[in-house]
Each structure stands twice: as C-alpha cells, then as structure tokens.
Design a protein around this ligand. Structure first.
Ligand SMILES: Cc1ncc(COP(=O)(O)O)c(C=O)c1O
Length: 382
C-alpha cells in the first residue's frame, strides 16, 4: 500500500549546484556570498530593517533573549500553545514564563484581549506565535506593548510570506524569528533567521551571533583585530546551508503558488462537512493572509481526533497532532501559576495536521480527503 508521509522536503533542483558553487568560492563558513544574498532578499522583499541567518529559529530566539538582556526574575508572556523553543530560549536566561491562553472560536493564536491583565512591572516582552502562518491580531498587541514599554517578538517560525493588514509578518514586532527547518515552506534542513526591526539591536546581534566577538567589524575593516566583547554563541550557519536556502528562496513564488493550491483543495473538499459541523477548518481572519504553511482540522474532541489519526494511519496516511500545552509540560507544570488555560488544552487535544508538501499528488490528496470524510461521517466514530 502507498505511504503518504506528513512532510516531504521539496528540492528545486538548484540546491546542489549552489552548494558546489559555494565550495568553489573557497569560503564555506558563515556570512559569505550566499548568506548575504539570502539576507538581502528577505530584507528587500519584506522590508525588514536587518535579517541575520541563524542555525535555527530556536537559536534566533536564544539570540533575542540575549539581546533583551533577559535575567532572573524577568517575565515574558508567551502562548501556551506553541513549540518548546518559544519559551525555552527565555527560560535559559532565567525568565519566568507567563503563559497566555489561545483565542476562542477556532483561533489558536494568543488571545490579545487576555494579554494586558498579564503585564506586571517585571514584564520584559510579549512573544506572539503566528500559528500555521496566520497572523495574530497585532494592533492590539503592539498597543499594549507601547503602553507598558515592553518589547514584542514575533515567533514567525511558520510565517514566511504571510501578512497582517498588508504588513509582512516579521516586520511588525521589535524582532522576529523564522525557521527554515525541513518542515517549513522554505527550508534548508535546519536553519532560521533573526529579523531586527529596532535598529539599536543590530550591532550587538552580529556580535552575539559570532561567539561574542566583533569579528564582523574586523572583516569589514572597522577594527584591526577582533576580540571577545560580549556574550554570544555559535549561531552563524555555514555557506552550505545558505547556498541550499538560496535555491529555495529563488523559487519562493512557485513554492507558495503550489502550496496555496493544495490548501485550497483541502478547504474545498471539507467546506460542506464543516458547514454540517463535523469539524472546523482553519479560519483566516480578514486582517490576515494565508501562506499555506499547514492544513489542520479541529475535531469535536480528543477521542474523535485520535480516531481520525488511527483511520488515516490504517491507510498509511500520516496525520499528526501538534503542540502539547507548555503550561502542563513536565518541565514547566510546577512553575506555572495555576491559571486554567482551557483553550490551549483544547486545541492541543483536537487538532490534526494533514499531509502537506509541494509534491503531494492530486490522487494522494483525494485519498486523504476521502479517508477524512468517510471516517468523520461514519457511525463508528463516537
Ligand atoms: C512556533 C515555533 N517556534 C520555533 C520553532 C523552532 O524552529 P527550529 O526547528 O528552526 O529551531 C518551531 C518549530 O517548528 C515552532 O513551531
């Protein structure tokens, strides 16, 4: 029987060519021709003040925590329904995480109306996550941040080429982080970038990314030797990763076009069943665009979700759950302040993500849709 994985990384065909070119350039460590090309492309296309490639989105988040001088006792507001790295980066610097709940009515993003009540004199930053690449309601978040003088960080891991009221995601907060992990629309295996929209962070970010040294200033001739000048780590990706990434960025429009086709086909197949209330499909608010990062279904309850995962699996189709609520995690449970975050728990228990990749064939997608529909409409699903 055929196997339909959840993800299959797409290759444009130019990746090895560019890696070969990087090798011939004689510079394979970071910040070479391909790194600069990727960074300039992202800065120009999305109006980012500065973009620095990193080894992952996780590392970009860790750079943010260093740049904000997060220390013991600082508080950072983060949605509970997110990936562990969103919180871990700040916990590593000693922060207390104040988890916020998700929205109601099928919106897994942070509920902006709950954020103001979580601000205290110790709050340093609000980190929002644009779930599935669909924008959070940023005007409210930015207004709260301004009122209390706290930073906004966009964890835009899934959000390449997505917009909020015409503004590219990643260009709104003080800083933003993207992932180029192989499961993302644009990928290089493992990779990411830090976007800086507040220029005061740029010089220090270059130092932190390069082991706490001012090597970038040395190479650009600003200083005659480089030294250890700050905290830092090895967050700079090699030219091999950047060359691979450049092949992907060059094909961004083509990749996005195909992904939108796949997304629209799922939505069309399931519309009728959503109207009959068998499940919910993603809502794209009027202020947001859809970058077709992911297609998910919200089931009525966990039992139905697990039955659907099993039914797909019986046909060798990989449908998978997503984030487990971080406030209930074994690591953070005892540190959480005890507030009930019922919506985060509910999204975690009811979400299923369907196979989604560039080369998914029409036939495969039809089999997935048919399996979902026949399972949710059958009597045996309780
Ligand atoms: C919201 C979010 N933030 C951060 C990450 C970490 O990304 P990376 O694997 O590039 O470190 C992920 C991973 O998917 C994520 O979903």
């Amino acid at each position: 029987m055929r196997n339909i994985p959840f993800n299959k990384p797409y290759l444009t065909g130019k990746e090895l060519l560019y890696i070969d070119e990087a090798a011939r350039n004689g510079k394979l460590s970071g910040d070479g021709v391909f790194s600069k090309r990727c960074q300039s492309f992202l800065e120009e296309r999305y109006g980012f003040q500065k973009c620095l490639l990193t080894t992952s989105c996780t590392d970009a988040l860790e750079m943010v925590a260093l740049l904000l001088d997060i220390k013991e006792g600082d508080e950072v507001i983060i949605p509970s329904f997110t990936f562990v790295s969103t919180a871990n980066a700040f916990v590593l610097r000693g922060a207390k995480i104040i988890f916020a709940d998700s929205g109601s009515d099928g919106d897994p993003n942070i509920d902006p109306t709950l954020v103001e009540a979580l601000i205290t004199p110790k709050t340093k930053a609000i980190v929002v996550v644009h779930y599935a690449g669909v924008a959070c309601e940023m005007d409210t978040i930015m207004a709260i941040a301004e009122k209390y003088g706290v930073y906004v960080i966009e964890d835009a891991a899934m959000s390449i080429d997505s917009y909020y009221k015409g503004k590219p995601l990643g260009s709104i907060g003080h800083m933003a982080t993207f992932s180029f992990h192989e499961t993302k629309n644009i990928q290089c295996g493992e990779g990411g970038c830090l976007v800086i929209n507040d220029r005061k962070f740029i010089d220090r970010a270059e130092i932190i990314r390069d082991k706490g040294t001012n090597r970038a200033s040395f190479f650009s001739g600003k200083v005659d030797k480089y030294n250890w000048v700050d905290l830092g780590s090895s967050f700079l990706p090699s030219e091999i990763n950047a060359a691979f990434l450049w092949a992907q960025l060059e094909s961004l429009d083509l990749i996005q076009q195909r992904r939108v086709e796949i997304w629209d086909k799922y939505a069309a197949a399931f519309k009728e069943f959503e109207e009959k209330r068998f499940f919910q499909i993603p809502k794209i608010p009027s202020y947001a665009t859809n970058n077709a990062h992911m297609f998910y279904i919200l089931n009525e309850n966990k039992t139905k979700r697990d039955q659907l995962i099993a039914a797909l699996s019986a046909r060798n189709i990989m449908g998978i759950f997503h984030y487990l609520p971080l406030h209930q995690s074994p690591f953070y449970q005892s540190k959480h302040d005890g507030r009930d975050l019922a919506r985060a728990v509910n999204y975690s228990e009811t979400v299923i993500r369907l196979p989604f990749f560039f080369c998914l064939t029409n036939e495969e997608q039809e089999l997935i849709c048919e399996t979902v529909v026949s399972t949710v409409t059958s009597d045996c699903i309780s």
